[in-house]
Design a protein around this ligand. Structure first.
Ligand SMILES: NC(=O)c1ccc[n+]([C@@H]2O[C@H](COP(=O)([O-])OP(=O)(O)OC[C@H]3O[C@@H](n4cnc5c(N)ncnc54)[C@H](O)[C@@H]3O)[C@@H](O)[C@H]2O)c1
Length: 353
């Protein structure tokens, strides 16, 4: 039986990857998570429920209460397991949080990734190594593209970006936030282990990754948090850009299906922009309207003029490179379907706790 090692296994993407590889591909799955999300974001970021669900529902799932910053622990575990596939999703994932905890952010995102890469190089350099990167590696450079203001959203005015942001876009000389900078460090390191050591690595530069298992909080998890506010009747705060800022949203299952496609036919030191693309993009105002249509409950919101530092005005991923390298892969969950699942999950939580 093949073995998969997933870091951040209790999180949104990690838990989806564990489930898919165990159920659909018959892997023995080892997950690493220490519920650090609850340390980063407080009780509402707690991911123990996902951990318990995996332990209860997945045959052959083993949880390891380990911190990716624990270098010796990571090297030992990877040497023991010698997994056939490694998926790295553990991270401090928030822009805004990083400024308050710069050492924790960098140690987790950059050094934690290096620990895992080096552990893999020593024990199983031939195993596909898939790293969850982020579109924040592009910093605020996408904000310098000419934009047009439409009634409910911003969009690119420059036809060169009609399909979205490609992987060739600059990651240099822009404002990233400390989070974006620590993710650049890990992204470049993962590419380097691919190019320098010839390992089958890739970086997936995520747009907004989401789904019903997201513990959405104000500082991370756009659609999940927005739907939660609506279901619970809480006000949502819009930070700048008139609520017309655009995000592309991809369901965790479609993220996982791409990870599985890469693991099956890996390449070296690759980079992909993994988002929902233009078809799954929406502005905050459009997301309010969609959610209101599902719950029948008007969204109360307040606006502050100040946008979040380094935040994108309009971002959607150009999916053409992914589609050309992996023609069997495509988006299978529409924005509406994804939001429906998220709303249902929050309504269920509200009803049953
Ligand atoms: N969700 C998004 O919208 C999004 C967008 C772009 C990129 N990404 C990236 O995708 C990856 C996964 O994101 P997610 O939404 O699933 O995040 P998540 O916060 O839901 O999951 C991450 C998991 O990692 C764990 N973790 C954090 N630090 C750890 C540490 N030091 N040791 C062990 N475990 C630790 C957390 O407890 C959590 O369960 C991250 O790298 C993130 O930066 C996410």
């Amino acid at each position: 039986m093949k073995t998969l090692l997933v870091t951040g296994s209790s999180g949104l993407i990690g838990s989806e990857v564990c489930t898919y590889f165990a159920r659909e591909l018959g892997f023995a799955v080892h997950g690493i998570d220490n519920n650090q999300r609850a340390v980063f974001f407080g009780a509402s970021g707690d991911t123990r429920r996902n951990q318990q669900r995996l332990e209860r529902e997945l045959e052959g799932f083993t949880h390891h209460e380990l911190d990716v910053r624990d270098r010796a622990g990571m090297i030992d575990l990877v040497a023991t397991l010698r997994p056939q596939v490694i998926v790295h999703t553990a991270a401090q994932p928030s822009h805004d949080r990083a400024a308050a905890i710069p050492f924790d952010d960098f140690d987790t995102n950059a050094v934690g990734t290096l620990n895992l890469l080096e552990a893999a190089r020593r024990a199983c350099p031939e195993s596909p190594f898939i790293h969850m990167s982020t579109n924040k590696v592009y910093g605020d450079a996408p904000n310098h593209i000419a934009l047009k203001e439409l009634e409910t959203r911003w969009d690119y005015a420059d036809p060169a970006f009609a399909e979205g942001i490609p992987e060739t876009f600059t990651i240099d000389q822009s404002k990233h936030s400390l989070f974006g900078a620590s993710k650049v460090a890990s992204d470049v390191m993962v590419q380097e282990y691919g190019r320098y050591f010839d390992m089958p690595t890739c970086c997936l530069r995520g747009g907004c990754l989401t789904g019903p298992n997201h513990s959405g909080v104000e500082l991370h998890g756009f659609l999940s948090y927005l739907a939660k506010c609506n279901v619970e009747g809480r006000p949502y705060t819009v930070f700048g850009y008139k609520g017309k800022q655009v995000r592309d949203n991809i369901h965790a299952l479609d993220v996982t299906r791409f990870i599985a496609a890469f693991a099956a036919v890996p390449r070296r030191g690759e980079v992909y922009n993994l988002g929902g693309g233009k078809q799954n993009s929406c502005s905050i105002l459009e997301a309010f309207a969609l959610t209101e249509g599902m719950t029948g409950q008007a969204q109360v919101f307040n606006s502050v003029d100040q946008n979040r530092a380094g935040d994108h005005i309009c971002y959607y991923s150009d999916l053409r490179k992914m589609r050309s390298h992996y023609p069997g892969w495509d988006i299978t969950k529409s924005l509406t379907q994804t939001l429906r699942e998220i709303v249902d999950a929050w309504q269920m939580t509200r009803a049953h706790g």
